[in-house]
Design a protein around this ligand. Structure first.
Ligand SMILES: Nc1ncnc2c1ncn2[C@@H]1O[C@H](COP(=O)(O)OP(=O)(O)OP(=O)(O)O)[C@@H](O)[C@H]1O
Ligand SMILES: [Mg+2]
Length: 322
């Protein structure tokens, strides 16, 4: 039996860090002390029931609203307002000014922020419009496009700015099921090619599993962290598989039905009490995450299997090789 000592350098610093973020609208408490870290290249999903504060968290990350408590930082700088480093795609189709053509819509932030001159902006817009599959529609106005096409324009407009992080708030929720699936696939393809960092909000468990590599589960109003999961093993190709169904039921149980493990797997074997173990940290340490749940805020889930890797800032582990 051979042993291999795997020791990693300290994990990379997160790109976006939310620390104990409490968001309030007057007397309404939208979230309570929510913390999470998004690393470069993550497809990080905020998942939870309606009203748990997902959109509010995204808006706070975008700099549209200020936390009543805690802070959000990007690359170590506190977010104090909107910036071109964080582009947002919303659910609403009317996020595109209707009087502008597709090309003008994509060019608009590039020109507004004076990043590029008109000629450069036109070139950049042409490139991104083609990337999202809309070549030939440059001169079309939004009202002549389908919902899916409008969302493609919004994605092209956001990615053309080459933001540090793309923020998406239920971008496909208003689309029919088939188009939604196509858009999820398209987003996956874009990510495979570009490896941008994504913070994605949804209340669909299936969509969270398909889109995300990490999922933060939020409890109902006010939103609090319930658990954090690794979901990199799932995608559209695995949707419908036994594992996918089990993960879906499991998340449903965590969100709505206490802590029963619908997959039938013993809880103690899958729960880890470490603060956060991200795929990135594990990958950094040369460890493949076998266990989907990396953090649980539910005291009933705080059992330690003793086998999972620790994200203690200096991950080290002896991996046993057969
Ligand atoms: N502008 C606002 N003024 C007052 N209360 C608000 C405002 N925006 C959101 N809220 C409240 O904050 C809480 C969280 O809302 P938020 O829109 O962030 O939830 P959500 O998780 O995105 O829900 P959904 O899935 O329905 O979009 C809710 O109770 C909501 O009523
Ligand atoms: Mg919302």
């Amino acid at each position: 039996m051979a042993f291999q000592i795997v020791r990693a350098a300290p994990p990379p610093a997160p790109l976006l860090r939310a620390e104990n973020v409490s968001l309030e609208y007057g007397a309404v408490c939208a979230t309570h002390e929510v913390s999470f870290d998004v690393y470069r290249g993550d497809r990080f999903v905020l998942l939870g029931p309606s009203g748990c504060g997902k959109s509010s968290l995204l808006k706070a990350a975008a700099g549209f609203i200020k936390p009543a408590g805690g802070a959000i930082s990007i690359d170590g700088r506190e977010v104090t307002g909107p910036g071109p480093d964080r582009m947002v795609v919303f659910q609403e189709f009317d996020q595109l000014p209707p009087w502008k053509t597709v090309r003008e819509n994509v060019m608009f932030p590039l020109l507004m922020t004076k990043r590029l001159n008109r000629h450069q902006a036109e070139e950049r817009a042409r490139h991104w419009i083609a990337k999202v599959g809309l070549a030939g529609f440059e001169n079309a106005h939004p009202h002549t496009l389908s919902g899916g096409m409008k969302q493609r324009v919004a994605i092209a407009r956001a990615l053309a700015m080459q933001p540090d992080i793309l923020l998406m708030d239920e971008p496909f929720a208003a689309l029919d099921a088939l188009t939604r699936r196509n858009m999820q696939e398209e987003l996956g393809r874009l990510w495979e090619e570009l490896r941008f960092t994504l913070l994605f909000v949804t209340h669909s468990i299936e969509e969270a599993l398909v889109v995300g590599n990490r999922i933060l589960l939020l409890s109902p109003h006010p939103g609090q962290v319930r658990a954090e999961l690794n979901s990199h093993q799932f995608g559209l190709a695995s949707a419908g598989s036994v594992e996918f169904q089990a993960a879906t039921q499991r998340i449903h149980g965590l969100l709505f039905g206490g802590v029963e493990d619908a997959s039938g797997a013993p809880e103690a074997a899958t729960i880890n009490t470490s603060p956060v173990i991200s795929n990135v940290i594990l990958a950094h340490a040369g460890i493949h995450a076998e266990y989907p749940i990396t953090r649980s805020m539910d005291p009933r889930l705080r059992e330690d299997d003793g086998a999972g890797a620790r994200a203690d800032g200096n991950v080290s582990r002896i991996a046993e090789k057969a």
